[in-house]
Design a protein around this ligand. Structure first.
Ligand code: ADP
Ligand code: MG
Length: 248
């Protein structure tokens, strides 16, 4: 029992990933504790999305081990669907079904994947729309919503599955600047509630204020991993300093 609760929620050991001859992840070791918020930063092409996609098994690791909630995802006998249900993922593109209402976007995966009955799925959908401040959009269609509202629907859809872990891949990068704040506010709320989160982002203010740790990746390795005040405020490596100086 105590062993179980002391284990990191996400554990990545010696992870390598190649596409053909292109080795994109070159030995990643990372532990994320329960309720911890880790922001992943780094230049374009450094392997941030690939890392996140490996943690969700959207990509198959070439080598190494990944554990989520103590279950080894890289075990060939693992029930991938069962593990994936515990991991919510939010992408830069919201990927809502355009022909379904907001509520239907939230109830469909609950019914298909979790086999929830209609009434339960609708109740959970309503609760999670309220959580992201969009209760009044329940019957709207995605095209009538702003990008920020669509992204909050995508977050609510992931939350409706009751995940233990949430992965975000540049959730605000496709949004007009004035819509970014509402999405970040929802993510702050989740962090406060104790959700375990791994967030690829260029939002340094968010990383400084919300993250417990910041991980800087470059060329498929973790160059720096530590408190935001250290990694962003006082980086130890030239590569980190160079990356941060270009963001300003
Ligand atoms: P980041 O998210 O940090 O910008 P990515 O993980 O998306 O980086 O990409 C890292 C490298 O992996 C890039 O060189 C990219 O072209 C390559 N890559 C990513 N996905 C694939 C894929 N499905 N097939 C081939 N190459 C890929
Ligand atoms: Mg990416």
């Amino acid at each position: 029992m105590s062993l179980e609760t002391n284990r990191p929620e996400i554990e990545v050991r010696g992870l390598h990933k190649s596409f053909g001859t292109n080795e994109v992840l070159r030995g990643i070791d990372l532990e994320i504790g329960q309720g911890e918020v880790v922001c992943v930063i780094g230049p374009s092409g450094s392997g941030k999305s690939t890392l996140l996609r490996c943690v969700n098994l959207l990509e198959e690791p070439s080598k190494g081990q990944i554990f989520v909630g103590g279950t080894e995802l890289t075990d060939p006998d693992v029930d991938i669907d069962a593990v994936r249900r515990r991991i919510g993922m939010v992408f830069q593109q919201f990927n809502l079904f355009p022909h379904l209402s907001v509520t239907e976007n939230l109830t469909l995966p609950q019914r298909r994947v979790l086999r929830r009955d209609k009434a339960t799925a609708a109740k959970v959908a309503a609760e999670n729309l309220a959580r992201v401040g969009l209760a009044e959009k329940a019957d709207a269609y995605p095209a009538s919503l702003s990008g920020g509202q669509q992204q909050r629907v995508a977050i609510a859809r992931a939350l409706a599955m009751g995940p233990d872990v949430m992965l975000f891949d540049e959730p605000t990068s496709a949004l007009d600047p004035e819509l970014v704040g509402d999405v970040l506010a929802v993510m702050r709320m989740l962090a406060r509630e104790g959700m375990t989160m791994m967030v690829v982002t260029h939002e340094m203010t968010f990383a400084r204020e919300v993250a417990d740790r910041v991980v800087f990746m470059d060329a498929g390795v973790i160059v720096e991993d530590g408190a935001p005040a250290r990694v962003i405020g006082n980086p130890q490596h030239e590569r980190t300093r160079h990356f941060l100086s270009r963001l300003l």
